[in-house]
Design a protein around this ligand. Structure first.
Ligand SMILES: [Zn+2]
Length: 318
């Protein structure tokens, strides 16, 4: 008898995220037909509900005094190895006004600068990257807005893009480069959420700083990754590709960072981003979960510096 095929590492998470995306896409379609809109909070709730137990949200008791936004800390955790990846996520709807698209982080929005600065400062506090979770509605809603691999009439990637992820450093760069049309560029640079868990998508990554990376970091960039390191690689890939589009490179030093990071030695290149992009993303990839995540998982209160900055933690079992 033929032995049963072993599922690829992370296959359960990929299936859960795909099913969950299909579910929230239906919810957004209903909202569009009913009232022309949908609520970010409801989509986040439904996304977590449908992907349970792969996604496990832990809501903090809200500090009424604090200015808590809709930010959640996502921690992708490999329970067996302890390897994990943290990502500070802010949900944003892709909105249409006339022929134009908006996400709410455009420069003409007067609150853009302070909002982005706060978002990146919170990511700095937690030593993780920041990313937008984009709720993009249905392909019909997005008519005229194609993905990078667009194949009409029923583009599979556009279908998957109902829930997408975009690095905040990438969003910040896209807005600074061309404020008008930033939402369309953001949608194109964003990655379907479920693709973070799909090891079968192309992974080879020729970063502009590849030649100065140490052997382990080169292996990470060039070889297939799975589970938590794959999620980190997919977020990094968005910045690496944008970085490649501007060829200039000064001599870049390697810089040392704290030792719970999987890659403590990283190129210190900011390129045209507002921070060194290797460090911004890969500081989130750790050998063990931070103490506040352990406390939250055990049902204990988390320190105030955590609960006053985010609504809660989404533990993603990968
Ligand atoms: Zn497409």
């Amino acid at each position: 008898m033929k032995p049963a095929e072993t599922p690829a590492p992370g296959a359960a998470l990929l299936a859960a995220l795909t099913e969950s995306r299909t579910f929230v896409a239906e919810h957004m379609a209903f909202g569009l037909s009913f009232s022309g809109r949908w609520s970010e909070e409801t989509v986040t709730d439904l996304l977590c509900q449908k992907a349970a137990p792969a996604l496990q949200p832990i809501l903090f008791t809200r500090n009424q005094e604090a200015l808590v936004g809709a930010d959640w800390l996502w921690w992708f955790i490999e329970r067996d190895s302890g390897i994990c990846f943290g990502l500070l996520c802010q949900a944003k709807n892709l909105k249409k006004k006339g022929k134009d698209w908006y996400i709410g982080f455009e420069q003409e929005n007067k609150t853009y600068g302070p909002q982005m600065a706060n978002f990146l400062a919170a990511a700095e506090h937690f030593q993780v990257p920041a990313a937008y979770l984009l709720y993009c509605g249905t392909p019909a809603y997005r008519t005229g807005l194609g993905c990078t691999q667009h194949a009409p009439p029923d583009c599979v990637r556009c279908e998957r893009s109902a829930v997408s992820v975009l690095s905040a450093l990438a969003a910040d760069y896209l807005v600074s480069r061309r404020p008008e049309g930033a939402a369309a560029a953001a949608f194109q640079s964003a990655l379907p959420l479920e693709d973070l868990a799909d090891p079968d998508l192309p992974q080879e990554l020729f970063d502009i700083n590849l030649d100065i990376c140490g052997p382990e970091l080169r292996e990470f960039l060039l070889d297939p990754q799975y589970r938590a390191p794959l999620v980190a690689k997919k977020i990094f890939e968005q910045l690496s590709r944008l970085r490649l589009s501007v060829f200039s490179r000064a001599s870049i030093a390697m810089k040392s960072h704290r030792d719970t990071m999987v890659f403590p030695q990283l190129p210190d290149d900011s390129g045209h981003f507002s921070a060194p992009y290797f460090r911004h993303v890969l500081r989130g990839l750790r050998r063990e979960i931070p103490d506040y995540v352990r406390e939250a998982l055990e049902g204990n209160a988390v320190p105030l510096d955590v609960s006053e900055r985010v609504a809660g933690i989404v533990v993603v079992h990968v």
